[in-house]
Every structure is written in structure tokens, then in C-alpha cells.
Ligand binder design. Structure first.
Ligand SMILES: NC(=O)c1ccc[n+]([C@@H]2O[C@H](COP(=O)([O-])OP(=O)(O)OC[C@H]3O[C@@H](n4cnc5c(N)ncnc54)[C@H](O)[C@@H]3O)[C@@H](O)[C@H]2O)c1
Ligand SMILES: [Zn+2]
Ligand SMILES: [Zn+2]
Length: 381
């Protein structure tokens, strides 16, 4: 089959690799109909992770079940499914507590709980930017979708970024009537804003400097805040009469930068601490890493981010972090899509074949205007 392979910093290729096969009786093989490029893939693409060369990328996958192992009895061949990016066993303590993103059994990497497809440090699993994908513990992991092709571009957001955006608002302790500050207008930030709105936010600020992304935020009813034009904290304080937002979501991650493009990994955390009111919650779904060999400072190279902890403590704020446990939310978010209450496909800008992936990566990585979310359709390759 064809697959997207990581070959080194800013080098990926579409190559012929062996088809995946059932390795355990609990496995399924999914024929991929849609697989997305994620902002998380860019950390690998830019050489900012320890991902090994030769890895098949892709953790945002959906498709149709092609084969199942002997022990799979809930999921059937022919089912249309969404594949959560987390690979969970369903039976360990964290999985049973609903924290499938920290499964204790699926990642053999020393000191790391939680596994994913096609990702640095997340276990030996190939990704789904390919024609087929092997899914471990298929009965546990796969989410059934209505058959056919309806809502394909909405359902494809269920594997990661719609649940992740929702999780950001959940970690922030958001309540109906809150004013919510979302930092980052990438796909995750925009779906955090969409989630906050569905959950009854009074107002949602979305902070970024990319004009096309801020325009999208405005289109879905959020208040765009351009951080390159003026201090985003001052803009949010002014708009809330000096009170600050009730809670905030971090959807940027460790490659946060200022208006000139200079990286400051602590910048968004500091801005959230300043712009969220005392006792407010902050949900950090943007990724921070324990090692970043390319970071600007010694401390940051070891994952030590010096944010304004003193003010954070003094304001009695709370912070929640980490990878999203997709399965906690994906069933309900699927049903919001089916009933028309949610439409996360609003951010799709490009639909490409697998062969066009290298070009898609390059342009999405440059945050080229108009490249907000790229979907790959392997079947069309
Ligand atoms: N926790 C999870 O489960 C999970 C899942 C998916 C993605 N992520 C992470 O979420 C983050 C966002 O993902 P994405 O796909 O939207 O990525 P993205 O790179 O497309 O978007 C990030 C946005 O942040 C903006 N930005 C940079 N510096 C900023 C600043 N100082 N203030 C405000 N905005 C700033 C950028 O201009 C960009 O538009 C990434 O770190 C990604 O790895 C986490
Ligand atoms: Zn993703
Ligand atoms: Zn588990």
C-alpha cells in the first residue's frame, strides 16, 4: 500500500510499504477514507521531536473496517468508523477511569503512559496517512458512524481535534455564561471556540496573528484578538471591563511565538495567567515536551518552561493539561454532528490525495494563508 513516511526534518515521502496485517486476535484493519494533517504532525515535520525516520505518520483517521481478528465481536467488517488517536487497552486502571490517553499497557516507551498512531514517543504504531491502518483492541477503540459518506468532513474531526478542543474547555472548568479566552486559532483553538459556544459561553475570544484564522474565528461568532497588533492581554482586559476572562484554553503549545516570530515557550501560559480572572481555570491542550533539542534556551531544551507561577498561585487559578482522552467525548460529539448542532468541518480548507501530502505538509507548515486544515483521501490516490 501507499503511505506517508517521515524521512527527516521537513522531508516526507509517499512510498510503497507492506499492507498491515492482523497481529493479535483483538486487532482490526481499517481502509482509510479520510486522514488529516495535524498541527501535532508539524512538530515532527519540523524536526522538533525524536520521531524515528521511516515512521508512517497520521493519527487523525477514519474509514471502513476491512478485516477483524477472531476476538473482535462488537465491530464488524464493513462498519464505518472513527479511530481515536489514543490507542487504549480498555482494561488498565487509567483506561477504566476514563483516561484512555494515559493507557498503562499500550506504550512500551519507558516512562510514558498513553499511545498513539504514527507519533513520536507514543509507541511502535504506524499511522493512518496510508491506505490501511492496523487498530489494536478494535472493540475498545473504534467508534461506529452511520454508514455511507454523509458528514465525512465533520466526522473526520472526531479522531482528535474536536474532542481535544472540547477537552480544553473541560480542563478549564468552563460553565455556561463564561467568557472564554482561547489562545491559538489553529484547528484545535477554533474547535475549542466552537465547543465553548455549543456549551453556552457568553463570549469567546480567539487570539492569534494569522488573519485567515482570525477571520474564521469571527465567522463562527467568536471575538478575534490579533496579538501582532496589540498586547492580547490588554485587549481581553479592556473587552471584559478589567475583570478578565472567566477561563482560558491554551491551543498553541511549546512553539509559541511573539509578533516577530521569535519563540517564547512560556508566552501563552503567561498571557493566560494574566488574562484569566482569579480562581479561573486554564485548560492546556497545546503540546509541551520533556525534551526539545532545538529549543532556544538550556532550560527549554529539558522541557523546563519558566512561566509566571507566582501570579498563577496568587490568583488561585487552576490548570489542567495533557493529551485528550478522545473516547470520553467522541460519542456525544458524533451525535451533535448528526443532529446538526456541531459542524467542525467549517475549518477544512484543502482535500488532497495521498500523493499530494508532501506539498500539503509544506504549505500547512508555512501557515500559508488559507491553509487551515488539510484532509487526505487515500482512496482517491
Ligand atoms: N492535547 C492533545 O490531545 C492535542 C491534540 C491535538 C493537537 N494538540 C496540540 O495543540 C496545539 C495546536 O494544534 P493545531 O493543530 O491547532 O496547531 P497549529 O500549529 O495549526 O495552530 C497553532 C496556532 O497558534 C498560533 N500562535 C503561535 N503563537 C501564539 C501566541 N503567542 N498567541 C496566540 N496564538 C499563537 C499560531 O499562529 C497558530 O495559528 C499544538 O501544540 C498541537 O500539538 C494537542
Ligand atoms: Zn492531531
Ligand atoms: Zn489501558
Amino acid at each position: 500500500m501507499k503511505a506517508v513516511i517521515y524521512k527527516g526534518p521537513r522531508r516526507i515521502a509517499v512510498e510503497e510499504v507492506p499492507d498491515p496485517v492482523i497481529q493479535a486476535p483483538t486487532d482490526a484493519i481499517v481502509r482509510i477514507t479520510t486522514t488529516n494533517i495535524c498541527g501535532s504532525d508539524l512538530h515532527m515535520y519540523e524536526g522538533r521531536t525524536t520521531v524515528e525516520e521511516g515512521k508512517v505518520l497520521g493519527h487523525e483517521n477514519m474509514g471502513v473496517v476491512e478485516a477483524v481478528g477472531d476476538a473482535v465481536d462488537r465491530i464488524k467488517v464493513g462498519d464505518r468508523v472513527s479511530v481515536p488517536f489514543n490507542i487504549a487497552c480498555g482494561a488498565c486502571r487509567n483506561c477504566l477511569d476514563g483516561w484512555t490517553s494515559f493507557c498503562l499497557r499500550t506504550n512500551p516507551t519507558e516512562g510514558v503512559d498513553g499511545a498513539a498512531y504514527g507519533y513520536a514517543n507514543m509507541g511502535p504504531y504506524d499511522g493512518g496517512q496510508a491506505e490501511y491502518l492496523r487498530v489494536p483492541y478494535a472493540d475498545v477503540n473504534l467508534l461506529e458512524l452511520p454508514p455511507g459518506t454523509e458528514h465525512e468532513n465533520d466526522f473526520t474531526m472526531l479522531s482528535d481535534i474536536f474532542p481535544t478542543g472540547w477537552h480544553g474547555t473541560e480542563l478549564a472548568g468552563m460553565r455556561a455564561g463564561d467568557r472564554v479566552a482561547v489562545f491559538g486559532a489553529g484547528p484545535v483553538g477554533l474547535l475549542a471556540a466552537h465547543s465553548a459556544m455549543i456549551r453556552g459561553a457568553a463570549q469567546v475570544f480567539v487570539v492569534d496573528k494569522e488573519k485567515d484564522r482570525l477571520d474564521l474565528a469571527g465567522k463562527i461568532g467568536a471575538t478575534p484578538v490579533d496579538f501582532a497588533r496589540a498586547d492580547p492581554v490588554e485587549q481581553i482586559m479592556y473587552a471584559t471591563g478589567g475583570r478578565g476572562a472567566d477561563c482560558g484554553v491554551e491551543a498553541v503549545g511549546y512553539q509559541a511565538h511573539d509578533g516577530t516570530g521569535q519563540e517564547h515557550p512560556e508566552l501563552v501560559l503567561d498571557n493566560l495567567v494574566k488574562s484569566v480572572r482569579s480562581t479561573g481555570g486554564i485548560g492546556v491542550v497545546g503540546v509541551y515536551v520533556p525534551q526539545d533539542p532545538q529549543a532556544a534556551t538550556d532550560a527549554a531544551r529539558q522541557g523546563r518552561i519558566g512561566f509566571d507561577y507566582g501570579t498563577f498561585f496568587t490568583k488561585g487559578q487552576r490548570m489542567g493539561t495533557g493529551q485528550c482522552p478522545v473516547m470520553r467525548y467522541n460519542r456525544r460529539l458524533r451525535d451533535l454532528i448528526i443532529t446538526g448542532r456541531a459542524q467542525p468541518s467549517f475549518l477544512v480548507s484543502h482535500e488532497l490525495s495521498l500523493d499530494e501530502a508532501p506539498d500539503g505538509y509544506e504549505r500547512f507548515d508555512r501557515r500559508e494563508s488559507g491553509w487551515t486544515k488539510v484532509l487526505l483521501h487515500p482512496a482517491a490516490a
